[in-house]
Design a protein. Structure first.
Lengths: 310, 233, 361
C-alpha cells in the first residue's frame, strides 16, 4: 500500500512539473505580460560583460513594457544571427562589416551610440618591452619577441571574428604583416581564445600574456586581473559601437516597432547621459563615452548619432 | 588554494541563503531537462517497445544504430536543432531559437537514443518465462505490453534517470539553441546551470560557478539516489 | 480433446519433433515423458500456442489451434500453463494470482474471492500481501499454479513443474495437480523426465523419443510392457539382452542368447531377432550348491561379476555367458554368503521376461 502511495505522489509531481514545464516554456503570452513584446538583441560581448546592457535594458523594459532578451555573442556571431533573422537588433562594433551587412540588405537604421578605445594590456613586467609604443609598433615587437621564443611573450587573440578581433587584424595589417600568413599559426606565442572579451581577459591573465581589449571590459574586469594598460594611444584604437535593426524587408515578421524604439532609446539624451556616466562610481572613469556630441571626433555623420529612426 | 576555499565558502553562502539568481537558474534547469525527459520518455518507451517486440528486417542493425547514437555529441545535436529552427531553417517561422522550448527540443533529441536503447534493454531483460506466462494467462497484445512494461518498470525508470542526467548536465546544445539569455522574466531566460557555469567560469566568477556546480551535482546525484532507493525496495 | 496430427517442429536445421501423433482425452492427466532435450517442452509450447509447429496440426475440440482464424485468444484462454522455472511477477502474491483474472476483466470482488480461495488451496493463506519475489522456489511454483488455476482453464499444461524443487514441494504440487484434475475436471498435460512422477500422477503416459511418441499407454502398460528396447531402457529395466527366437508357439518361446537358452512368453516366431527385458527385482539368486531354485522357468548358473552398493540394496551382477543384474538387500547378500567370483544360480520365471522386437538397425 505504501508503494502505491509513493507512486501516486510521484505521478502527481510528474504531472505538476509537466504542466509547469509546458505552460512555462511556451513563448506565448501569459496573463501578466499579455502585451509584452519581446526584443531579441545579439550583442558584442563587451556591452554585456560590462553590464551596461543589463542596466539599459532594465530601464527600457520599464518604459516600453517590453522584454529584452540579450544574446551575447561577439560581433561576428551577432551578424550571423542577424543574417539568419534570428534576432531583431544588433549591437556591434565593426564598421567595415556593418557596412557590408547593410549593403547586402540585412540591416538598416544604424545609429552610433557610444565609443571608447581599445587598449593593449599585458603583464606589468612587460617582457616584450612595448610600454608607450604606437599600437602597430607594439604589435610588431610582440610578434618579433614571440617568434624569437622570448619567454613570457604570448599574445591571446579573441579569435572569434568579433569586432575586437577585426580591430586586432587591422592593426597587424597596419604593422605590415599578413595576418593569416605571418601571425595566425606562426608559433606558440599566438593563441586564439575563441571566447568573449571577459573570458579572453581571464585567460590572458592566467597566462600572463598580452591581449587587445576594449577599455570598458578591461576596466570592468580590472579588479580581478593582474594586467596593466601598456598601449592606449593612437587613432587606430578608436572603438565605435552602433545599434541597428534587422531589415524588415528581409524578414517581415521581425519585431520592427520595438527594434526602432530600442535604437531611438539608445540615442536619446537620457540614455546618452547614462552611458557617459556608467561605471564612473565604480571604476573612477567611464567605460564608454556617449557618441552624441562627439560625432566629428569619431568620424560619423551627425545624422547617425542624433536622427531618430522612423 | 585560497581561491578554491574562498569560492566554496561563498558558494555555501549562495546556496544556504537561497540566492535568487542561483535558485532561478537551478529551477529553470530542472524544468527544462525534466520536460525534455518526459517528452523523450513518451517517445522512447513506446518506440523501444515497438522495436523490441517487433519482427522486421534490419532490427539488429537498427538497435546497433540506436546504441551508436548513445554517443551523440551534444554540440552536434545543438547545431542540428539550430539549423532546423533558425529563422531561415525549415521550422524558422515558429521562432523557437533562443527559447527554453528550443532547449527542450534539443535535449529531447539528445537523450532519445539512449532512452530508447535502455528501454529495449530493459524489456529484453525481462525473463522469457514471464513473457510466456503472460501469454499463457490469456493476455491480449496490449495487456501483454503493459504488463511487460510493469515488470521492467525499474529498468525503464533507470533509463529515465539516465536520460535526465544526460539532459541536465549537457552544455553544448543548451548554449547553441538557448543562447544563455538572462532576461527579466523567468521563462524567457535560457540560462541553465551548465551554461551559467560555463559563462561564470570563463568570466572568473568562481564562487558563483562553484555554487552552481554544487547545485547541479546535488540534482544529478539526488535523482539517481532516488531511483536507486526505489529499485532496492 | 486434444489431437496431435503428425506435429513437427524444426529450429533452424535442428528437427526437434518429427511427426508426433496422439490423442489426449478430456479430463485425464496425460504425461509426456522422455529423456531431457527430447522436445517435451517444445510440444507443450506448441499446444499452449507459445510457438507454431513447422508441420502437422494440433486440434482442440476439432479446431486447428494454429489456424489464423481470429480464434487464437479464445483458445489461449482455454488453457493455463505452469513452467519449469518458477517465475513470478514483481508484485505481491495476490496480484500475481489475479493477473489472468484481470486480463479477463473480472470484478474486484470476484478477484479477491478467487485469489483468496486459490491461496488457501495452494497452502499460502496469509501470504497475499508478500512480495512474490521473496518466496522460495517451491512457494513460487505454488503461486504459479494458483495463478494458472484461478482462470479455471479447461486444459492445464505443466512443463516439468517440479524439476529442481525440494521433495516436499514436489509432493505438494503433485497433490494439487491431482486435486485440480479430480475436483475441477481439468485436463492436465504434464511433461516430466521423472518416470516415477509420470507413474504416480498420470492416467496415461506417452514416451517421447526420437521426435515422436514411442509408446502411449497406462502407466502399467508402459512400465510392464515397454514397446521397444529404448522405452525399456528409459523406464529403468536394467537387463536388456539381445537374442534370437529358436522355437516358438503357444505364446512360449525359447530364445538363444549367445548359446544359452532362455524361456519366455512372447508372440514372436522362430528366427526373429528380439530383446529380452527383465527387471532386476524379478530375479532370484541362489548358491550354486545347496540352494534350491524357487521359481520354475529359467535357472542359469553363473559367476558373480560384481557387487555394487545402491542405497540400502546391493546390485549383484552375474555372468551367465551374458550379464544379468539383480537387486538384493545387504542382509540377503550376507545370508547368501556371496562375493565376487562366487558360483551362483540366477533364476526367474518365463512370465518375468518381456520380449520386444530388436530395434531396427
Amino acid at each position: 500500500m505504501q508503494r502505491r502511495t509513493l507512486f501516486a505522489v510521484a505521478a502527481v509531481m510528474v504531472a505538476f512539473l509537466l504542466i509547469c514545464g509546458c505552460t512555462g516554456t511556451t513563448t506565448g503570452p501569459d496573463p501578466v505580460s499579455a502585451e509584452k513584446q519581446q526584443l531579441r538583441i545579439a550583442t558584442t560581448t563587451s556591452l554585456d560583460d560590462t553590464k551596461l546592457l543589463e542596466r539599459l535594458s532594465t530601464i527600457f523594459e520599464e518604459q516600453y513594457n517590453a522584454e529584452v532578451l540579450v544574446i551575447s555573442a561577439g560581433t561576428g556571431k551577432a551578424l550571423e544571427y542577424g543574417q539568419r533573422g534570428d534576432v531583431d537588433v544588433l549591437m556591434v562594433h565593426d564598421r567595415a562589416r556593418e557596412d557590408t551587412f547593410i549593403a547586402d540588405g540585412y540591416g538598416t537604421n544604424r545609429r552610433v551610440f557610444a565609443y571608447n578605445y581599445f587598449v593593449l594590456v599585458g603583464p606589468e613586467s612587460d617582457p616584450a618591452g612595448i610600454k608607450g609604443m604606437e599600437p602597430k609598433q607594439a604589435f610588431a615587437a610582440i610578434r618579433e619577441k614571440g617568434m624569437a621564443g622570448e619567454s613570457g611573450v604570448t599574445f591571446v587573440s579573441r579569435g572569434d571574428a568579433s569586432g575586437t578581433h577585426s580591430k586586432e587584424k587591422a592593426i597587424w595589417k597596419a604593422a605590415g604583416l599578413n595576418y593569416s600568413a605571418d601571425v595566425q599559426g606562426s608559433g606558440d606565442w599566438y593563441l586564439e581564445a575563441g571566447k568573449g572579451m571577459g573570458a579572453t581577459l581571464t585567460m590572458t591573465n592566467e597566462k600572463q600574456a598580452y591581449t587587445l581589449s576594449d577599455i570598458g571590459t578591461y576596466l570592468a574586469y580590472k579588479g580581478d586581473l593582474e594586467l596593466v594598460t601598456l598601449v592606449d594611444e593612437g587613432d587606430t584604437l578608436l572603438n565605435v559601437y552602433c545599434a541597428m535593426q534587422i531589415n524588415p524587408e528581409k524578414y517581415p515578421d521581425i519585431n520592427s516597432t520595438v527594434a526602432k524604439d530600442w535604437i531611438n532609446f539608445m540615442i536619446s539624451d537620457d540614455v546618452q547621459k547614462e552611458i557617459a556616466s556608467f561605471g564612473v562610481d565604480k571604476y573612477g572613469q567611464p567605460l564608454f563615452y556617449a557618441a552624441q556630441n562627439d560625432w566629428e571626433k569619431i568620424g560619423v555623420t551627425e545624422a547617425e548619432v542624433t536622427d531618430p529612426v522612423l | 588554494m585560497y581561491e578554491i576555499i574562498e569560492g566554496f565558502l561563498e558558494a555555501a553562502r549562495l546556496i544556504v541563503t537561497l540566492d535568487p539568481d542561483v535558485m532561478a537558474i537551478a529551477a529553470r534547469s530542472i524544468i527544462v531537462s525534466f520536460t525534455a525527459t518526459i517528452s523523450a520518455t513518451l517517445i522512447a518507451v513506446p518506440l523501444g517497445t515497438t522495436i523490441n517486440f517487433g519482427t522486421f528486417r534490419g532490427k539488429k542493425s537498427l538497435i546497433n544504430l540506436i546504441q551508436t547514437l548513445y554517443a551523440l555529441p551534444t554540440v552536434v545535436v545543438g547545431l542540428l536543432i539550430f539549423l532546423l529552427i533558425s529563422r531561415v531553417g525549415p521550422f524558422g517561422s515558429l521562432r523557437l531559437l533562443f527559447t527554453p522550448t528550443a532547449m527542450i527540443i534539443a535535449q529531447t533529441v539528445l537523450i532519445l537514443p539512449i532512452m530508447t536503447g535502455l528501454t529495449i534493454s530493459a524489456l529484453s531483460g525481462v525473463d522469457p518465462v514471464i513473457r510466456d506466462t503472460l501469454y499463457s494467462l490469456g493476455a491480449t497484445r496490449l495487456q501483454f505490453l503493459t504488463n511487460i512494461m510493469k515488470e521492467a518498470r525499474f529498468a525503464i525508470l533507470a533509463a529515465v534517470a539516465v536520460g535526465f542526467g544526460r539532459a541536465i548536465s549537457e552544455v553544448g546544445a543548451a548554449i547553441l539553441v538557448g543562447g544563455n539569455i538572462m532576461a527579466s522574466s523567468f521563462m524567457s531566460s535560457t540560462r541553465v546551470l551548465t551554461t551559467a557555469i560555463s559563462l561564470e567560469t570563463s568570466m572568473g566568477n568562481i564562487p558563483q560557478s562553484i555554487a552552481l556546480g554544487i547545485v547541479l551535482l546535488v540534482i544529478a546525484l539526488g535523482v539517481n539516489l532516488a531511483i536507486t532507493t526505489v529499485q532496492h525496495r | 480433446m486434444i489431437e496431435l496430427v503428425n506435429v513437427s517442429k524444426r529450429f533452424g536445421d535442428t528437427a526437434v519433433l518429427g511427426g508426433v501423433t496422439g490423442r489426449i482425452e478430456r479430463g485425464e492427466i496425460f504425461a509426456i515423458m522422455g529423456p531431457s532435450g527430447v522436445g517435451k517442452s517444445t510440444l507443450l509450447r506448441l499446444i499452449g500456442l507459445l510457438d507454431t509447429p513447422t508441420g502437422g496440426e494440433i486440434r482442440i475440440g476439432g479446431t486447428d489451434i494454429h489456424a489464423k482464424n481470429g480464434q487464437s485468444l479464445r483458445i489461449r484462454r482455454m488453457m493455463g500453463m505452469v513452467f519449469q522455472k518458477p517465475a513470478v511477477f514483481n508484485s505481491t502474491v495476490s496480484e500475481n494470482i489475479a493477473v489472468g483474472l484481470r486480463f479477463r476483466g473480472a470484478s474486484e470482488a470476484v478477484i479477491r474471492k478467487k485469489t483468496e480461495d486459490a491461496l488457501e488451496v495452494v497452502g499460502l493463506s496469509g501470504y497475499g500481501e508478500r512480495r512474490a519475489r521473496t518466496l522460495s522456489g517451491g512457494e513460487m511454483q505454488r503461486v504459479a499454479l494458483a495463478r494458472a488455476m484461478v482462470i479455471e482453464p479447461e486444459i492445464l499444461l505443466m512443463d516439468e513443474p517440479t524439476a529442481n524443487l525440494d521433495p516436499v514441494s514436489v509432493e505438494m504440487i503433485e497433490e494439487l495437480a491431482r486435486r485440480i484434475n479430480r475436483d475441477l475436471g481439468t485436463t492436465i498435460v504434464l511433461s516430466t523426465h521423472d518416470m516415477y512422477q509420470g507413474q504416480r500422477l498420470a492416467h496415461r503416459i506417452s514416451v517421447l523419443m526420437n521426435g515422436g511418441f514411442a509408446q502411449v499407454g497406462t502407466p502399467r502398460e508402459v512400465f510392464t510392457l515397454p514397446a521397444s528396447r529404448d522405452v525399456a531402457r528409459f523406464i529403468g529395466i536394467e537387463n536388456i539382452i539381445r537374442g534370437v527366437v529358436t522355437a516358438g508357439g503357444n505364446g512360449t518361446s525359447a530364445i538363444d542368447v549367445g548359446g544359452t537358452l532362455v524361456r519366455a512368453r512372447s508372440p514372436f516366431g522362430e528366427g526373429e531377432a528380439v530383446c529380452l527385458c527383465i527387471r532386476s527385482e524379478d530375479m532370484r539368486i541362489v548358491p550354486a550348491v545347496g540352494g534350491k531354485a524357487v521359481l520354475s522357468g529359467n535357472s542359469l548358473p553363473g559367476t558373480v561379476a560384481s557387487i555394487v552398493p545402491r542405497g540400502p540394496f546391493s546390485k549383484v551382477t552375474v555372468d551367465c555367458g551374458f550379464l544379468l543384474s539383480s537387486v538384493l538387500s545387504w542382509k540377503a547378500v550376507d545370508a547368501l554368503g556371496i562375493r565376487e567370483g562366487s558360483r551362483v544360480v540366477v533364476s526367474f520365471a518365463a512370465e518375468s521376461v518381456h520380449v520386444v522386437r530388436a530395434a531396427q538397425g
